[in-house]
Design a protein around this ligand. Structure first.
Ligand code: F6P
Length: 544
């Protein structure tokens, strides 16, 4: 595998960066006012305005050349066709198959993957209809009112984010809660006010071997059996989502009440698999399938659109541009929608577990920086917290602003035009970040000379604006697919395997090894290092 930083395309970008880095967006717009119109692209319902980036037509041509040099076209084809591109785990990467329409064709390992996907979707739909209609009852015959999803990482963040995003579509009188943390406060707080007779637990774990999930599931089972006084209640109140039927059975959940998926779906790419069962119960199977269709729209765009007009490709190449040429450390994601409050957290796993790698897929060390650090909060809350640093700090923080033209129908408080104010804030921020305010402009307002430097807004801070007609199941699917493919393109440029996560394993094993030392009556032995040993002693003393 060639080192991408050794290619002529990389060198051309480095030279181009040297020429462009000192130029201000004010100049780029003054020289080329048409860039606002030209530097937009659409995919499905998503419109991307990338004109406020420190990039010109030349930049994009050079970035696209880099993508071609990295073999992006072949990699896209390889992923969609089911080649085993997750090399360190020897697996295909086919989250895109989860949203193929029923009449599509795709065979994986000799099986009809589309038929398998739709068989599970149909079973999920049947089950969720029964729960929603009250036909599926708890052990004492009462309908389900609360679904508690127990999972962590990809088995939690996706459905939790999407449930919050689409809660206005949850109209069956069933609410969802999500438990993930091994901190007992999570499960205790979640169960505190629940009626066990009307609570359904979904234990969601791809491997069904995750400590946090199994521990929380055991606690939930003990709570349920304790309250209902009969082990047989478990069968009516627990279902599982997993790829591992044996472990589900060993846990005591009837595999008739298990919804499966496949090893070719990565955990952080699984919210549109059976991992989304809680979401489907909340919003119904029709809305869930609308979400899948939204994913598929962007998959098709990504698979077929020329790179110059391809949203995930453009966003990823700009990510590489700032990460590797401007030295940017992070990317802010700023949804102007309270409903997307969990979207940055969701993206953190998607992007950072995928691309936080320092060796390439062939095991050689990477040379360039990889793995953007994603973070963010919904606007306008972020404006009153950390935007000061975005505007006047010393760091370059490229940001994605996500806005919606229409509010929800049932937003009652919008009489005062709150939604328009929300969007006005988004537009004001991206304009201020790009163009800033000069010392001359500030002085001309009569500002005392000693205050002028404090008020200068440097500008030249790059942003993408993603404008969407409305937050719906379909557009949520489109947004998630957009970022999934951004991750893929960046990983391809960096030459890494975006689909493994070996870096999380060591800590898991060490925690299991350490646990006995915290509670044993004997003096702790065999601790991994002197600092940890001292902390264990202190913990034991404080715990009493
Ligand atoms: O620890 C990381 C991880 O393996 C994630 O990749 C995954 O989403 C999460 O744990 C949960 O895993 P599982 O679904 O197997 O419980």
């Amino acid at each position: 595998m060639a080192d991408i930083t050794e290619t002529s395309e990389w060198t051309a970008l480095a030279d181009h960066h040297a020429a462009l880095a000192g130029r201000h967006l004010r100049e780029l717009f003054a020289e080329d006012p048409g860039r606002a119109e030209r530097m937009t692209a659409t995919a499905g319902d998503l419109l991307l305005d990338y004109s406020k980036h420190r990039a010109t037509g030349d930049t994009l041509r050079l970035l696209v050349a880099l993508a071609e040099r990295a073999g992006l076209r072949e990699r896209i084809d390889a992923m969609f066709s089911g080649e085993r591109i997750n090399v360190s785990e020897d697996r295909a990467v086919l989250h895109t198959a989860l949203r193929l329409p029923r009449d599509a064709e795709l065979r994986v390992g000799g099986r009809d993957a589309v038929a398998d996907v739709h068989a599970v979707l149909d079973r999920m739909a049947g089950f969720s209809d029964r729960v929603r209609s009250g036909e599926w009852t708890g052990f004492t015959g009462k309908p389900i009112r609360t679904v508690v999803n127990i999972g962590i990482g990809g088995s939690d963040l996706g459905p939790a984010m999407a449930y919050e995003a689409l809660r206005d579509h949850a109209r069956a009188g069933i609410t969802c809660r999500f438990v993930s943390n091994i901190d007992p406060a999570d499960i205790t707080g979640t169960l505190a006010d629940l009626d066990p007779e009307q609570t359904l637990f979904i234990v969601a774990s791809k491997t069904f071997g995750t400590l946090e999930t199994l521990t929380n599931a055991r606690a939930a089972r003990a709570w349920l059996v304790g309250r209902l006084g009969d082990e047989k209640a478990v069968a009516r109140h627990f279902v599982a989502v997993s790829t591992n039927a044996e472990r589900v059975a060993a846990f005591g959940i009837d595999t008739d009440n298990m919804f499966g998926f496949w090893d070719w779906v990565g955990g952080r790419y699984s919210m549109d698999s059976a991992i989304g069962l809680s979401l489907m119960i909340a919003i119904g199977d029709g809305a869930f399938r609308e979400m899948l269709a939204g994913f598929h729209t962007v998959d098709e765009h990504f698979r077929t659109a020329p790179f110059e007009a391809n949203l995930p490709v453009l966003m990823a190449l700009l990510g590489v541009w700032y990460t590797d040429f401007f030295g940017a450390q992070t990317r802010a994601v700023l949804p102007y929608s309270q409903r997307l409050s969990r979207f940055p957290a969701y993206l953190q796993q998607l992007t950072m577990e995928s691309n936080g790698k320092s060796v390439r897929a062939d095991g050689a060390p990477v040379v360039a920086q990889t793995g953007e650090i994603f973070w963010g909060e919904p606007g306008t809350n972020g404006q009153h917290a950390f935007y000061q640093l975005l505007h006047q700090g010393t760091r370059l923080v490229p940001a994605d602003f996500i806005g919606f033209a229409e509010p929800f129908e049932d937003v009652q408080a919008d009489g005062g035009g709150m939604h328009d104010l929300l969007v006005a804030n988004l537009l004001a921020q991206t304009s201020a970040l790009a163009f800033g305010k000069t010392a001359e402009e500030i002085a001309a307002e009569g500002t005392p000379a000693e205050l002028v430097p404090h008020k200068v807004m440097p500008g030249n801070r790059p942003t993408s604006t993603i404008l969407v007609p409305k937050l719906t199941p379909s557009t949520l699917g489109q947004l998630v697919a957009l970022y999934e493919h951004v991750v893929f393109v960046e990983g391809t440029i960096w030459g890494i395997d975006s689909f493994d996560q070996w870096g999380v394993e060591l800590g898991k094993v060490m925690a299991q090894d350490l646990a006995p030392a915290l509670t044993s009556a004997e003096p702790p032995t065999g601790l991994p290092d002197p600092s940890t040993a001292a902390l264990v002693r202190t913990y034991r003393r404080l715990r009493g």
